[in-house]
Design a protein around this ligand. Structure first.
Ligand SMILES: [Zn+2]
Length: 309
């Protein structure tokens, strides 16, 4: 059985948004809790604590002045970074740990002997912009991981996928100028943040946005997703696959209207593993984004990790 790492960091719990906020620490706690009900999977996973990304690493995708502002806001005890996004005293340590886990997963996939990882991190990252926090996100974890793979490991092509119910506008903004990075986002439309039209193909035609109505039969999402993934890889076989795994695409999520069940996400994961195996030695790094029904999130993460094996 292939080694799969479960990468997290205790500091991710120190991003204190308050229990009234959808993106609260209970989301992350639900994952190891669900994992304990699957002792066989728990024992099989390679449990690792990630590192903290450095300010220099974050500058691969972020304006250093913005990075310094996040650090200063946390050091001052916290504050509001965007209408939806707050920082607490622990948010710098949490956000740098979240990004660092994704970097570690890339290092393991490319330099180590663990081709696949799931990073259980928060705050999420796919709305974060070069110089601003947005939509619960501080740093663009997955975009950073993509550029880290290109810059540090000399990887030629990276395929970045995003099945979070919201458009990965931050990831798109941070990767679309590199034609060797292909980006696929399937998301509810119209919905927050309002971007991600199918016609928006990026400056190099390297973006595949898949806007979808809420409330469709789940198979419709699965089919649209797989078609887009194959189109993005056609004639451009990736050397590494990164996945923004947002579990707010599950039926019943308070912040989305998709109808997917954990079984369907597990099927999508299995078929992605098959593709990654054919493309690039099975190298697939999955990083948590949204998912705001903690029990469902925990259950779906367990099935997702099983499928990664
Ligand atoms: Zn989301």
């Amino acid at each position: 059985m292939t080694r799969v790492a479960f990468i997290s960091h205790s500091d991710c719990g120190r991003h204190d948004t308050g229990w009234g906020h959808a993106e609260h620490v209970g989301r992350l706690r639900a994952i190891p809790r669900a994992l304990r009900y699957d002792p066989e999977l728990f024992m099989t996973l390679d449990h690792r604590e990630g590192r903290h990304a450095t300010a220099e690493e974050l500058a691969l995708v972020h304006d250093p002045a913005y990075v310094a502002r996040v650090r200063a806001t946390a050091a001052a005890g916290g504050g509001r970074l965007d209408p939806d996004t707050v920082a607490s005293e622990g948010s710098w340590d949490a956000a740098t740990a979240g990004a660092g886990c994704a970097l570690d997963a890339v290092d393991l996939a490319l330099g180590g002997d663990v081709p696949r990882s799931f990073c259980a991190v928060r705050p999420p990252g796919h709305h974060a912009l070069r110089d601003a926090a947005m939509g619960f996100c501080l740093f663009g974890n997955v975009a950073l991981a993509a550029h880290h793979a290109r810059r540090t490991h000399g990887v030629d092509r990276v395929l970045v996928l995003d099945w979070d119910v919201h458009h990965g506008n931050g990831t798109q903004a941070l990767v679309e100028h590199d034609p060797r990075i292909h980006f696929v986002s399937m998301h509810q439309w119209p919905w927050y943040p309002g971007t991600g039209a199918a016609e928006d193909r990026g400056p190099h035609d390297n973006v595949w946005n898949v806007p979808m109505a809420a409330g469709l039969a789940p198979e419709r999402y699965v089919e649209a997703w797989e078609e887009a993934v194959d189109r993005a890889a056609e004639g451009a076989t990736p050397d590494l696959v990164l996945l923004s795994a947002g579990f707010d695409c599950l039926a019943g999520d308070p912040l989305g209207g998709f109808t997917l069940e954990p079984e369907q996400l597990a099927g999508m994961t299995r078929r992605l593993v098959e593709r990654a195996t054919a493309w690039c030695g099975g190298r697939l790094v999955s990083v948590l984004e949204g998912g705001y029904a903690p029990e469902r999130l925990g259950e779906a993460c367990v099935q997702h990790m099983r499928a990664l094996l």
